[in-house]
Design a protein around this ligand. Structure first.
Ligand code: FES
Length: 127
């Protein structure tokens, strides 16, 4: 049912954990199943220099979070905002249709983390 890639990221997830003193944090819950994901980012020169995730969820949610941290690392904030759940699923070699909603969590948490960072920047600028 799952691709080799999904199984690989599930067994051996990349970038798990938290960043001390993160520049942006995104937390989203999945209303369908109640699972929860948090993404922490560090930003340097408008680029995601560091990224970590914590997921309380199913295997697909774990694999998609792991994959999205790999996709987002080193990307500009604009490009990170363009990463979609389809990109995540495609890079994992596909997800079973019933599990596509799980990849929402990863894309949404990343976007929230970037927006959180941008909001803080805005607040700093406005004093
Ligand atoms: Fe909850 Fe997959 S079943 S995120």
């Amino acid at each position: 049912m799952y691709s080799e890639k999904v199984m690989d990221h599930f067994r051996n997830p990349r970038n798990v954990g938290e960043i001390k003193d993160p520049d942006g944090v995104g937390t989203v819950g999945n209303p369908v199943c109640g699972d929860l994901m948090t993404i922490h980012i560090k930003v340097k020169d408008n680029t995601i220099s560091e990224i970590k995730f914590k997921t309380f969820g199913c295997g697909a949610a774990l694999a998609t979070s792991s994959m999205i941290t790999e996709l987002a690392k080193g990307k500009s904030l604009e490009d990170a905002l363009k990463i979609t759940r389809k990109d995540v699923a495609d890079n994992l070699g596909g997800l079973p249709p019933i599990k596509m909603h799980c990849s929402n969590l990863a894309a949404d948490a990343l976007h929230e983390a970037v927006k959180d960072y941008q909001k803080k920047q805005e607040e700093n600028r406005n004093g």
